[in-house]
Design a protein around this ligand. Structure first.
Ligand SMILES: [Zn+2]
Length: 401
């Protein structure tokens, strides 16, 4: 068994198994038992929970203040006010910054995140500066994280003439996904905004991920319009609506009807569990909608909150969903791992034979415990080896140095 590593007594879906890894893949998953005579000792995980890497399906690496001295949050009214404030900060030369983006992404990796979708602002002020900053993070972290970049029109598309062309430029220069933002409240033109977004999706064969904060019936109508576009262009499984706060406040019957259409066209919903507006995760999931999660902004002009790991987000999402039973907590664990990987189209994510030998070890005896407590991984494994950032490979748990 040359070149293989065995992780013994891993708790996967409640069962103790041995994970044998070689060549960066999981070769076999077998029930744990006494090691055969002459077998390599391997690493004894002592019954700790093992999950595939966490997926952060919605981050903003380009705009974080992470690693800077604490900056008191400046309160603001409308989303438009916040956009203008952030543009001022950018004009001061503080944003975007590749080294802070890298520090935050490394923090995510250390906290067990292996899959990241980062929106990057594209507007006539920052142009492709955010893309360049986050693209440098992607080159730096190479095989350690799957990093997708969304060309995100933070200042609107129609209200900031030139953005449509810049988004096309971004998609030519390395962005993977077409972003969008509140077609009604930001651009006052649902069809005009979606025309640009879905035209770019077609031209570049790119997935779509639209921020939708708009509430009430208007927000519901915007989601329906997004599904219509998805159906018209045959983009099943290629479109995500992020936040979708309106699903958290609309009448249940309306949500149920819309959920059927979301499921039919496999339009995913991203939520981080906001207070009062969290979409009904269980209802959506049971209707066949893929729900994923993400950190959203971490310590930036929009929020003083946030840490790099997904475990605290999982806890928050479960708490806001009023989840108490294991089955519900386990659903959230899948939302922050497998569901995000599925939406992002990550190959080999999982713990089955043939999957990439990427996983996290958590100091817990049950998956539900990980979510309820927001437990961060004690060990991060990539390609069969334990990751130590900035140190030579070895077997010392991440976080203990
Ligand atoms: Zn966002």
């Amino acid at each position: 068994v040359n070149g293989s590593t065995v992780y013994r007594n891993a708790r996967v879906d409640g069962t103790l198994v041995d994970l044998t890894c070689s060549g960066g893949r999981i070769d076999s998953v077998t029930p744990s038992g006494p090691a055969p005579v002459g077998a390599p000792a391997g690493v004894d995980l002592e019954g700790r929970v093992v999950l595939p890497p966490f997926a952060n399906g919605h981050a903003h690496l380009d705009k974080t203040f992470w690693t800077l001295p604490w900056r008191p949050h400046v309160p603001g009214g409308s989303i438009r006010d916040r956009i203008d404030r952030e543009r001022t900060i950018r004009a001061d030369g503080l944003l975007p910054d590749g080294s802070r983006a890298l520090a935050l992404a490394r923090g995510m990796l250390e906290a067990g995140v292996g899959v990241i979708r980062s929106h990057v602002d594209v507007d006539t002020l920052v142009r492709l500066g955010g893309l360049e900053a986050v693209d440098s993070v992607r080159r730096e972290l190479g095989g350690l994280v799957d990093l997708q970049i969304v060309a995100f029109p933070q200042s609107g598309i129609l209200k900031d003439p030139g953005v449509a062309d810049l988004m096309a430029e971004a998609l030519s220069a390395g962005a993977d996904v077409v972003g969008g933002l509140d077609p009604l409240s930001i651009d006052d033109d649902v069809d005009g905004h979606l025309d640009v977004v879905f035209d770019l999706a077609e031209r570049f064969s790119a997935p779509v991920d639209i921020h939708l904060h708009d509430g009430g019936p208007e927000g519901m109508a915007e989601i329906a319009a997004i599904v219509d576009r998805t159906a018209a262009l045959g983009l099943r499984g290629r479109v995500t609506v992020s936040h979708a706060y309106t699903l958290g406040t609309a009448p249940t019957d309306d949500v149920r009807r819309l959920a059927e259409r979301l499921a039919e066209w496999d339009v995913a919903i991203m939520t981080d569990g906001p207070v009062g507006t969290t979409p009904p995760v269980r209802l959506l999931h049971d209707a066949g909608v893929t729900v994923m999660s993400g950190s959203d902004g971490i310590r930036d002009a929009w929020t003083p909150y946030g840490v790099p790991g997904m475990s605290p987000i999982a806890k928050q999402l479960a708490y806001q969903s009023k989840f108490y039973e294991d089955a519900d907590l386990e659903l959230v664990a899948r939302i922050v791992t497998a569901h995000g990987a599925r939406v992002l189209g990550v190959e080999g994510h999982g713990l089955a034979p043939g999957s990439r030998a990427d996983f996290v070890v958590l100091d817990a005896g049950a998956v539900a415990e990980v979510v309820a407590e927001g437990i961060l991984p004690s060990v991060v494994v990539r390609a069969g080896g334990i990751v130590q950032l900035g140190r030579p490979a070895g077997w010392i748990p991440v976080g203990k140095h």
